[in-house]
Design a protein. Structure first.
Length: 729
């Protein structure tokens, strides 16, 4: 890579904006977005390979890797294939055509599948067996066990199976995306000739069936704690079905069978400008998603060439999009194993703490009174979601002095207490507004149901602004206090979802600051009506103000450095791919401003390139909790911001996103410490090199200045930061 070194400029007078250097930056300054994502998923796989981690946690990461890859194919690869097929010549930021990117993905797909399967077959499965969790094959069962499972098959599985034959009277059946299927070859013993049939593995039965077996005294795992899951034998349901194929094809000879799985295009766009009713338009597109074109065919490694050729022909799949899987197909099924009651094979149970300002779990304080004393910052899952965010909304719903609640809902849980609280508030006569984003990918149907349930309860439901997704995490409560109305606000980095709040690392700011209250009032008026506010007092709001606000602050840091004042930029995000932001960070580095990036997933920036980015460090942290919060810290301006947006085109241009500035010095110190801990030399992480490769840093160490706490991962450091307010069962 060549870099432009002619970047010297005279110091800018304090307060003046720094103009972009007119000299061109190198053309090869970006990393490919899709390849960067594949590297992210490889880091997830590395967690499954970590022999120091609890066994069931390693199995969990195998399942996460598999589900991540499914979505990548359904959305990203599907989009590339559509562009390649239609001849669109749009190239990625690093100059690759859609076809070139697909080819690079294909080259790595089989290698990753082999590595994924090897971890399962060579490490996790044998380790589970040693711990008393056995995955069996039909051939290894005793006659008594087969008899019991045959009874289970006829009672619970056989009635829902539908074998579909293929012949001149029966066309090749539709294969639903991500379903497990048995491709069966049968022969008619009277007429001769072989025929194809398909049997779908029902998605509504357990993937792994329990096998009742007597436990020998010296059996592996018998030294484990007693209980229903101390020693477990499991049989994949597809093996049970395969063993009973003669029952499904009576009078025919079953010649062979092979398991396969199809991934389909799930990327679609709702034509909002054409349809008056967005719900109807979305429901129509959801139906079309079921019939998206295939983008990947997974087959077991032992599939016959004849059967593979038939599947390729009938499914219209390119041979290059076939992934042969050694061993168990579809390891997302390992979530069932992770759910076994074997606590000694998992991370210790973590109980989030209730922030002191909110009182005890059983004796809550009045949140409105607490916010009058000052802003509150919560950090999930270290701080409890249920006794902070959920309690805030529930208290607002029950408070007689609360007049209105306005809230955005992007994703929430299946039995959402947040939705219940909004319905309770509406029933109590309060003005309740819910911005439900029904286009939240893969949660569309659930959000349509929530929207209708809220509407039926009298909640004013809106779907945001035309052409934009409402992704911000905001709640505004208006309360009458004497002769005045006071506004209370919550702005977060994560969804209003109690379930994911125990798994995702996120931040939330509670405040009664009148400036933020006025900003949120303007924002909700824009989302529900025809108001078009673009300038806010204390918020950065996409799609109009977030990118310009970030770029202006990067310029300010450059100006501060050139003027001899302290300067620095630290970003924590899920992804960094926006070229304008990346180029601004390159300019900052060239000017001598230190830049630190903590990114969980995709990064299109090349750090450490002489003359371009030698002042930029990029780290990635993955672990027990999904690093999900977004934080911006500008050292020269001494500004801290938290919000919902990553530095991506979709967030900055096609979504409503909100970043809020945190003013309270004590809260800003928490954010500074959170970021500094991520760059502690002892913390377990990966660092990005200029060529796009990630290097794992040491897993253990002791951090200076953190007492006698042994630093093993970011989670442990944050526990220490939050004062160890946690319990372990």
């Amino acid at each position: 890579m060549t870099a432009n070194n002619d970047t010297a400029a005279a110091p800018a007078p304090p307060g003046e904006p720094v103009r972009a250097d007119p000299a061109p930056l190198p053309a090869d300054r970006y990393l490919n977005r899709e390849i960067s994502w594949l590297e992210f998923n490889a880091r997830v796989l590395a967690l499954a390979e970590d022999r120091s981690a609890p066994l069931l946690e390693r199995a969990k990461f195998l399942a996460i890797f598999a589900s991540n890859l499914d979505e990548f194919y359904m959305v990203r690869v599907a989009g590339l294939m559509r562009r390649a097929k239609t001849g669109l010549s749009v190239r990625s930021a690093d100059g690759l055509s859609p076809r070139e990117q697909i080819d690079r993905i294909r080259r790595g797909a089989q290698d990753r599948a082999d590595r994924h399967s090897a971890v399962w077959t060579e490490q996790i499965r044998p380790g589970l067996a040693e711990a008393g969790i056995h995955l069996l094959e039909w051939s290894a069962l005793s006659d008594a066990e087969r008899t019991a499972l045959t009874e289970y098959f006829h009672a619970q599985i056989y009635p829902v199976l539908t074998p579909l034959a293929v012949d001149p009277a029966h066309p090749f059946p539709y294969i639903s995306g991500l379903s497990l299927n048995l491709a069966v070859t049968v022969r008619d013993p009277r007429r001769g000739g072989e025929h194809f049939a398909r049997v779908k593995v029902p998605p509504n039965v357990p993937r792994l069936v329990r096998v009742e077996r007597e436990v020998a005294e010296n059996a592996p795992g018998t030294d484990r704690p007693t209980g229903a899951d101390a020693v477990v034998w499991l049989l994949p349901v597809e093996e049970l079905i395969a063993a009973h194929l003669p029952v499904l094809f009576q009078g025919m000879e079953v010649v062979g069978h092979h398991l396969f799985r199809v991934t389909r295009n799930a990327d679609f766009t709702v034509e909002e400008d054409r349809d008056e009713d967005l719900l109807q338009a979305l429901e129509r597109e959801l139906e079309r998603r079921r019939f998206g074109s295939p983008v990947r065919l997974e087959v077991t490694a032992d599939i016959s060439e004849h059967m593979l050729d038939l599947l390729l022909r009938e499914l219209d799949v390119d041979a290059a999009d076939v992934v042969r899987v050694p061993g168990l197909l579809d390891l997302t099924g390992l979530w069932q194993i992770h759910g076994l009651d074997r606590p000694e094979l998992k991370d210790p149970t973590y109980v989030p703490a209730t922030p002191p300002q909110f009182g005890e779990r059983e004796t809550p304080k009045n949140i409105f009174a607490a916010l009058k004393e000052g802003d509150i910052l919560v950090h999930h899952p270290y701080d409890s979601f249920s006794t902070s965010v959920q309690r805030f909304i529930e208290q607002a719903a029950a408070d007689e002095d609360v007049l209105a609640i306005k809230q955005t809902l992007y994703r929430t849980s299946g039995d959402s207490p947040i939705v219940d609280a909004l319905i309770e508030a509406a029933n109590a006569g309060k003005q309740v507004v819910a911005l439900v984003e029904i286009k939240a990918r893969f949660d569309e149907q659930a959000n349509i149901s929530w929207a209708r349930k809220l509407e039926q309860a009298g909640v004013h439901v809106a779907y945001g602004m035309l052409g934009l997704k409402t992704h911000c995490k905001t709640c505004l409560v208006v309360r009458r206090e004497g002769s005045v109305l006071r506004r209370y606000c919550h702005i977060g980095t994560g969804n209003y979802n109690p379930g994911t709040a125990r798994l995702y690392e996120d931040l939330g700011l509670f405040t009664a600051d009148p400036r933020i209250g006025a900003d949120l009032t303007d924002l909700f008026n824009s989302l529900t009506g025809f108001s078009r506010v673009s300038d806010y007092r204390n918020l950065l709001v996409a799609p109009h103000g977030l990118r310009p606000g970030v770029l202006a602050r990067i310029d300010d840091e450059i100006a501060a450095h050139r003027a001899g004042r302290p300067a620095g930029i630290t970003m924590k995000a899920n992804a960094l791919v926006d070229e304008q932001v990346i180029d601004a960070l390159y300019r900052a580095s060239q000017a001598g401003v230190p830049v630190q990036i903590l990114v969980r997933g995709i990064c299109g920036l090349r750090p450490g390139v002489p003359g371009l980015s030698e002042n930029i460090r990029v780290r990635s942290i993955l672990g027990r909790f999904l690093e999900h919060s977004r934080i911006l810290h500008f050292t020269g301006a001494d500004e801290h911001w938290i919000g919902s947006a990553d530095m991506m085109h979709r967030n900055l241009d096609r979504r409503v996103e909100v970043f809020a500035q945190v003013h309270d010095p004590a809260l800003r110190r928490v954010l500074t410490d959170t970021l500094e801990l991520a760059f502690d030399p002892a913390v377990r992480c990966w660092e990005l090199g200029p060529d796009g490769s990630w290097t794992a840093l040491p897993e253990t160490g002791t951090g200076d200045g953190h007492g006698d706490v042994e630093v093993r991962d970011y989670h442990q450091l944050l526990l220490h930061l939050h004062g160890g307010r946690h319990d372990h069962d």
